[in-house]
Design a protein around this ligand. Structure first.
Ligand SMILES: [Fe+2]
Ligand SMILES: [Fe+2]
Length: 249
């Protein structure tokens, strides 16, 4: 979530002496504005196309998250303490802002060539919906943690997007918000009494299914210098050790 100066920061988690690549160092990140044009000029046409082909996955996720979090905030009014409910409502507001960021980015990029990406993402996200709020929260926490890992890989200093400061600022902001969402959703499902064994089962299933979804866009990731095999290997360690959003449930 934002700090008073409009910047955001997250804590640094460590695995032994190695800092997680899925987490940014504790440093302020300025909030992108809604209207400033984005400079994509340092990206080659092929790199812009690769990013355009990945955007439908991200946009679909944000749009789905808006309605899911709004629904959860209503469904859990009697079960969660007011501060947790307020956090859930703020998550929904974050997702609205994220969708606006990505819409803005989309306006600066070519039309996606992968016309099925949005459909694949929509199908995947629809399959995650469930009637039980606690279970839904577990799935959302798992998914947001994985999204953090993917964004982290896209934002690595040696990845292609590194030269595009406006884009990295925007994606970094989303990444840090998602790490906060993991912490909030985890706090909510713990308050609802979810057992760690259930979390582990859902998390493992989510990793498998999300990896399959991303694999269909492997070429676009490769076009941005992101090796999906490395990402999925790394997230197993990172998420198992609870390095996104706080201690593991
Ligand atoms: Fe989001
Ligand atoms: Fe989120």
């Amino acid at each position: 979530m934002s700090q008073d100066d409009g910047s955001i920061a997250v804590g640094v988690a460590r695995s032994g002496s190695r800092r997680s690549r899925c987490l940014a160092a504790r440093r302020p990140v300025r909030s992108p504005t809604a209207t400033e044009p984005l400079d994509c000029g340092c990206l080659s046409p092929a790199e812009q196309q690769a990013l355009a082909d990945l955007l439908p996955l991200l946009i679909c996720g944000e749009e789905t998250a808006i309605s899911v979090f709004e629904r959860l905030a209503v469904a859990l009014q009697q079960q969660l303490a007011p501060p947790l409910l307020a956090d859930l409502q703020r998550v929904a507001q974050d997702e609205i802002r994220h969708a606006a960021y990505l819409d803005r980015l989309r306006a600066h990029l070519p039309v996606p060539t992968d016309t099925m990406a949005a459909q694949r993402a929509a199908h995947f996200l629809a399959s995650l919906r469930c009637a039980a709020p606690a279970r839904q929260l577990v799935r959302l926490a798992a998914l947001d943690a994985l999204v953090c890992c993917v964004l982290s890989a896209m934002l690595r200093p040696n990845a292609r997007l590194a030269c595009a400061r406006d884009i990295t600022l925007l994606l970094r902001r989303i990444q840090l918000d998602e790490a906060t969402h993991v912490r909030i959703t985890r706090a909510c499902f713990i308050a609802l009494g979810v057992m760690p064994t259930q979390v582990a089962v859902e998390r493992a299933e989510m990793q498998q299914r999300f990896a399959a979804l991303l694999a269909a866009s492997a070429d676009a990731f490769a076009g941005l210098g992101v090796d999906l095999a490395v990402v999925t290997r790394h997230w197993k360690t990172t998420i198992r050790h609870g390095q996104i959003g706080g201690a593991s449930a």
